[in-house]
Design a protein around this ligand. Structure first.
Ligand code: DP6
Length: 359
């Protein structure tokens, strides 16, 4: 019997209002709502292959066998990282029948009979400083559910047309890594408790840059950062401040008020890093160059069409600007003397259905 392969791709996302601190770490339920912009080209491709034999899920450290994945980079996973993602594939496989039937789609019983192989790769190189957990868990969730559908074409058609299906997979992806739930849809996604929702935008066309200060692995994982922030004296009132910011940024996105989003995102980013800097055992993700660039960018925050400047749990700086000014901004950012990646807002994850015969 031949093996069947199912592919999906999912982009990374950058939070303007951050998910930092969990109410329930077993289900990645956040202390506060968060709001992000889904990216376009910084993506993970995942392939699930249903094999005729075996019963477990295996990680194969090879490129997904899809033509779009030819020149990508296979991530090097630690033992823990591999175990976490394989557990999530198993969880997705177990959840698939309920999700599919809730949308009137049948599950294919043979998807549950044999073993599965997982291959994945990123459009960005390992150690480029781009966090891959959101894009990976989103892509792996989508490929896994697609692999269980009796009629994958019907699944793909429903994926395009029904935001509720994308939201259902977002809830599942969240169990693997919280921020992954904001990568299934786009470009502006609000995550609140168990739910995600696409936010209406009146913004002009945007460009996104990552200023790559450092590509080394982070010393404190985001899972540990979620715990550490609660020991900071600045944690007091954090959740309600974040909720206020989410409401304000949501309204500003709808009104196309870039200046307001830029100001709030700037404050939010400093607040999250201040939590890291003031917790019981203080730590920082910043490098000297991070501080130099933040200083260089600070005068622009009060301008009429300012850049949105924000940082994840890392030293690299994300800058979002109006597309009309992207060339001058790229030149300015390159002037800091470190690599700059260019991307833009994206629409979220996509199933890429393609059947393969046995090798
Ligand atoms: C700083 O989603 O990586 O990027 O749920 O433990 O996998 P886990 O955490 P993760 O946390 C991301 C934190 C952040 C902010 C954000 O993306 O909102």
């Amino acid at each position: 019997m031949g093996s069947l392969s199912f592919f999906a791709k999912a982009p990374s996302n950058i939070a303007l209002i951050k998910y930092m601190g969990k109410k329930d770490s077993s289900r990645n339920l956040p202390e506060n709502s968060s709001l992000s912009m889904t990216l376009d080209r910084l993506c993970t491709y995942a392939e699930i292959t249903r094999a005729a034999t075996g019963s477990d899920v295996q990680w194969i450290a090879e490129l997904p066998r899809h033509e779009a994945a030819k020149n990508l980079t296979v991530p090097q996973l630690s033992d823990n990282g591999r175990a976490k993602v394989l557990r999530h594939v198993q969880r997705s496989r177990e959840a698939a029948t309920d999700i599919l039937t809730a949308f009137g789609l049948a599950a294919d019983s043979s998807a549950f009979a044999g073993g599965w192989e997982l291959r994945s790769a990123n459009t960005f190189p390992q150690g480029s400083g781009i966090a891959s957990s959101a894009s990976s868990f989103a892509a792996v969730t989508l490929a896994s559910i697609l692999a269980c559908a009796k009629d994958p074409s019907a699944f793909c058609a429903m994926w395009e047309r029904d935001p509720a299906l994308r939201a259902a997979l977002a809830r599942l992806a969240r169990l693997g890594s919280g921020s992954a739930c904001r990568s299934l849809d786009g470009p502006f996604v609000l995550w609140s408790g168990e739910d995600v929702e696409v936010v209406k935008s009146g913004l002009p066309s945007l460009a996104h840059f990552v200023v790559l200060v450092s590509a080394t692995e982070k010393k404190v994982s985001s899972s540990n950062a979620h715990l550490a922030v609660k020991t900071s004296p600045l944690w007091n009132g954090r959740a309600s401040r974040a909720e206020e910011r989410v409401a304000a940024v949501r309204a500003a996105i709808a009104q196309g008020d870039l200046a307001k989003i830029a100001r709030i995102s700037w404050n939010e980013s400093w607040e999250m890093h201040s939590l890291f800097h003031t917790c019981a055992e203080p730590f920082t993700y910043w490098e000297p160059k991070t501080v130099e660039i933040l200083q260089g960018l600070s005068p622009y925050i009060a301008e009429k069409s300012p850049p949105i400047v924000t940082l994840d749990a890392g030293p690299n700086i994300h800058v979002i600007v109006e597309s009309a000014y992207q060339d001058e901004w790229e030149k300015r950012l390159r002037g800091f003397g470190v690599p700059v990646l260019r991307d833009g807002p994206g629409r979220g994850a996509q199933p890429l259905f393609q059947q393969k015969g046995a090798p």
